[in-house]
Design a protein around this ligand. Structure first.
Ligand code: FNR
Length: 344
């Protein structure tokens, strides 16, 4: 087993939990929904069904990439997978890069497929990998979907991270030839408009916007630097609300996942209203697993499902697609952002 890389996985989990904030700064509080006073609907008519990378899913949120690559994170993957299998929500593993390099670590990821024989399992790799590695990652998990993460900011702060970023060719080949759908995702810095133009040319259809406001990899990687001398980017990037607004002009070309600091069913509803087809959650599920274990995590997910139905009832929406029609008002700052981003 590779000690240095495995240790990094444990540190990410430890630091994500250390910096976890119950009140996320994802910008979604700056979006106010207008009350529906005559809903004309009953709660049992509401359907939570939506799609994730073109696949039908019965609940519009999932456990996003975090874990695997060490003994500790294998245990976490097994627990998260038990939660996903029990509640019927999809689950992504953390980056499988370490297991491509050290195949003896593959079981720290494939445990997820063992625990979720039927449900949707999502693999994960960085964009520095080519098609061959992507195929190995899919095979390792019998993955239904592969996430490819874009994390230049994280790598540059990470003491042992990459310093050179030529990713477009890899993405293009993976999208073209891989036998499962690919979600291109950020890791908490959001995605700017010109990136959508590049991604479209590369054939990308599914994008996880992963905005700022929850888990902060600038902060986490700076903490891992001996001198802690790279705090420059702690506030870098677009919040989840901002990246969602920035994505709206590209809705015809992509299906969006929203993620970054999701804490409540209301956060999920707001993301769906702003145009996401589904929502990824990492930090909150990590925190809940650490504090309340498997049963507490299952409880939270069942509570979210019920609360989503209540919120959709209140808003008069029978389907996730109906949520797009819900009117909202932005704070002055967010409205200013929305106007400026249209010209960027
Ligand atoms: C992550 N995230 C992540 N993303 C990814 O694409 N590959 C990875 O290996 C990891 N690893 C990882 C470890 C831990 C401990 C956390 C908490 C997160 C990023 C994650 O998928 C997500 O994009 C961000 O964390 C933002 O969402 P939250 O955490 O604010 O809900």
């Amino acid at each position: 087993m590779d000690k240095q890389h495995s240790h990094r996985k444990d540190e990410h989990v430890f630091l994500a939990e250390k910096f976890y904030q119950p009140q996320a700064q994802n910008g979604l509080a700056d979006i106010r929904l207008l009350p529906t006073n005559l809903p004309e609907i009953s709660k049992d008519e509401v359907s939570l069904t939506t799609t994730l990378a073109g696949k039908k899913i019965s609940v519009p949120f999932f456990i996003n990439a975090m874990s695997g690559g060490s003994l500790e994170t294998a245990k976490l993957n097994a627990q998260l997978a038990e939660v996903a299998a029990t509640t019927g929500i999809p689950m992504a593993t953390g980056s499988q890069s370490i297991a491509i390099k050290y195949p003896e670590l593959a079981s720290t990821f494939s445990i997820v497929r063992q625990k979720i024989p039927q449900g949707i399992v999502i693999g994960n790799l960085g964009a520095s990998h080519g098609l061959a590695a992507a195929q190995k990652a899919v095979t390792m998990l019998q993955a239904d979907i592969l996430e490819i993460h874009l994390n230049a900011a994280q790598e540059l702060i990470m003491p042992e991270g990459d310093r050179s970023f030529y990713w477009e060719k890899n993405l293009q080949e993976i999208i073209k030839w891989l036998n499962v759908p690919v979600i291109v995702k950020e890791v908490g810095f959001g995605i700017r408009p010109t990136t959508f133009k590049q991604l479209k040319k590369l054939g990308v259809r599914y994008v996880d916007l992963s905005g700022r406001g929850g888990t902060n990899f600038a902060q986490i990687e700076n903490q891992r630097r001996p001198a802690k001398d790279f705090a420059l980017l702690n506030d870098f990037g677009l919040t989840t609300a901002e990246t969602l607004l920035a994505s709206q002009a590209y809705a015809a070309d992509f299906s969006f996942t929203a993620s970054g600091g999701i804490r409540t069913a209301l956060d999920i509803v707001k993301c769906l209203i702003l145009g996401a087809d589904n929502v990824g959650i990492s930090g909150l599920f990590l925190h809940t697993m650490i504090k309340k274990g498997v049963s507490g995590s299952i409880e939270l997910i069942e509570q979210f499902k019920s609360q989503l139905r209540s919120l959709m009832t209140l808003l008069g929406c029978r389907t996730v697609a109906d949520l797009r029609q819900v009117p909202y008002v932005l704070s002055v700052a967010l409205e200013n952002f929305r106007q400026q981003i249209q010209t960027k």
